[in-house]
Structures are given as structure tokens and as C-alpha cells.
Design a protein around this ligand. Structure first.
Ligand code: HEC
Ligand code: HEC
Length: 188
């Protein structure tokens, strides 16, 4: 039974990007027209849908970008964020200092904007692929792992990158919520 569930999950994670790229071909034209229309009318709603919503809470960015890139809430489900905040005393070997007020505000911000509530395409792919799992790492999400499986250890270990967790080293527009593969540039 367990084996069956696991197989099913992996099949989903491998098939999903394929299905998505197939539909992307037909959706592309509409996407372009839509973008054009948005620009003419001066709206930027399209931006929020196609890309992840950039970080917009200063308490979050003050406390959660001291050691690494401030990950968008839409990269993990709210249950993952809850577990991360709950274990802030032992945060991947580090300690994150949070007073009660900051913890509460960050928790509310992450919950409100988590992958399970976000309408961005990337959040939806992440939720689909997780199928109920609540990992502590974005880099443990099967879809994210698969997107990077061709990147060698020697590349990730470069001083200019350091870790796959350092999204913005390669995704230069990551702080704007843009992770498209045509906007990647791996540093030397
Ligand atoms: C004292 C330093 C420090 C602070 C402050 C900090 N982190 Fe981290 N965080 C780390 C380290 C170290 C890692 C592991 C990075 C690695 O493996 O390369 C990490 C990893 C993560 C990851 C997993 C990244 C991955 O690999 O997918 C998430 C998510 C995360 N942190 C969220 C937060 C949040 C939310 C806050 C604020 C409440 C925060 N961090 C504050 C040090 C910190
Ligand atoms: C060492 C450089 C590097 C780092 C660090 C990195 N990525 Fe990537 N990422 C890439 C490359 C290269 C691709 C394109 C892979 C391909 O086209 O096969 C990619 C693809 C992706 C995709 C799929 C994009 C698409 O259009 O299909 C997502 C989503 C993504 N990365 C998110 C992240 C996140 C989130 C992080 C940080 C937790 C991260 N990446 C860290 C290099 C990196």
C-alpha cells in the first residue's frame, strides 16, 4: 500500500511538468496577448499570477533574510512554515531569535500567502506535487529537486553559489518572484 502511494506520487511529479509544458505551448499565445492588454491598461495583476508575489512584510524580511535569501511564502505550504517557525531554536543547525510579537506577525504573513493559498502558477505546481507532504525545505520539494537534477555538485559548491538554497545566485530575478528557466544565469 505504501509502495503504491509512493509510486503514484512519483508518477505525478514526473508527469505533471510534461503535461504543463504541453499545455504551455497552447497557453503561450494567450499569455502574450493578455500581458499586452494589461500593459495598455496600466494594470499589473498579470504579474502576480504568472510570478510569485514578492516579499512584502518588513518584519519577515528583517528576521528571515539575515542569513539567506528571503524565500517567498508561496514556495511552501502553511503547515511547512508553521513547523519551521516552531523549530526556530534549531533552524538547520542555527538559532533564529524571534520574540513573541515578531513570531506572530511572521506566522500570520506566511500563512496568508503560503503555497496553499497563493494563485501563482509555481505555488500550484508545488502543491500538486507535494500531495499532502509538508517538507521543511523548498529544495526537498520533488518538483524543485527535479528542476535542478542536472546541476552538478561542483556547480552548487562554487563559492559564488554555495548551496541550492541560494536561489538568487542563479535566478537573478528571484527577489521579484521570477524563477522561469529562461531567466537563469549560473555564476562562474
Ligand atoms: C541565523 C541564520 C538564519 C536566520 C536568521 C534564518 N535562517 Fe533560514 N536557514 C538558515 C540556514 C543555515 C539554512 C540552511 C541553508 C542550507 O542548507 O544551505 C536555512 C534554511 C532555510 C530554509 C530551507 C531552504 C531550502 O534549502 O529549501 C527555509 C525555508 C528557511 N531557512 C526559512 C527561514 C525563515 C522563515 C526565517 C525567519 C523566521 C529564517 N529562515 C531565518 C539560517 C537562518
Ligand atoms: C546553481 C544555480 C541554481 C540555484 C541555486 C537554484 N536554481 Fe532553480 N534552476 C536553475 C536552473 C539552471 C534551472 C533550469 C533547469 C532546466 O531548464 O532544466 C532552474 C529551474 C528552476 C525552476 C523551474 C523553472 C521553469 O521555468 O521550469 C524553479 C521553479 C526553480 N528553479 C526554483 C528555484 C528555487 C526556489 C531555488 C532556491 C530554493 C532555486 N531554484 C535555486 C538553477 C538554480
Amino acid at each position: 500500500m505504501i509502495r503504491f502511494a509512493r509510486n503514484r506520487l512519483w508518477t505525478l511529479c514526473f508527469l505533471f511538468p510534461l503535461i504543463l509544458s504541453a499545455t504551455a505551448i497552447s497557453a503561450d499565445d494567450n499569455g502574450k496577448k493578455h500581458r499586452y492588454r494589461e500593459r495598455r491598461h496600466g494594470g499589473d495583476n498579470h504579474y502576480a499570477e504568472k510570478y510569485l508575489k514578492p516579499v512584502s512584510n518588513t518584519t519577515y524580511s528583517e528576521h528571515c533574510s539575515a542569513c539567506h535569501f528571503a524565500y517567498q511564502p508561496g514556495l511552501l505550504p502553511s503547515e511547512s512554515w508553521r513547523k519551521i517557525l516552531q523549530s526556530s531554536e534549531d533552524h538547520f543547525g542555527d538559532t533564529v531569535d524571534l520574540d513573541a510579537e515578531a513570531r506572530e506577525e511572521i506566522h500570520a504573513y506566511l500563512t496568508l500567502n503560503a503555497a496553499n493559498t497563493s494563485s501563482s502558477k509555481l505555488s500550484q505546481k508545488i502543491m500538486h506535487c507535494l500531495d499532502g507532504q509538508t517538507p521543511l525545505r523548498i529544495t526537498d520539494i520533488p518538483y524543485i529537486r527535479k528542476a535542478h537534477h542536472e546541476i552538478g555538485r561542483n556547480v552548487v559548491n562554487r563559492p559564488s553559489v554555495g548551496s541550492l538554497s541560494n536561489c538568487i545566485a542563479c535566478h537573478r530575478d528571484a527577489d521579484r518572484g521570477i524563477y522561469d528557466d529562461d531567466r537563469v544565469s549560473i555564476p562562474e
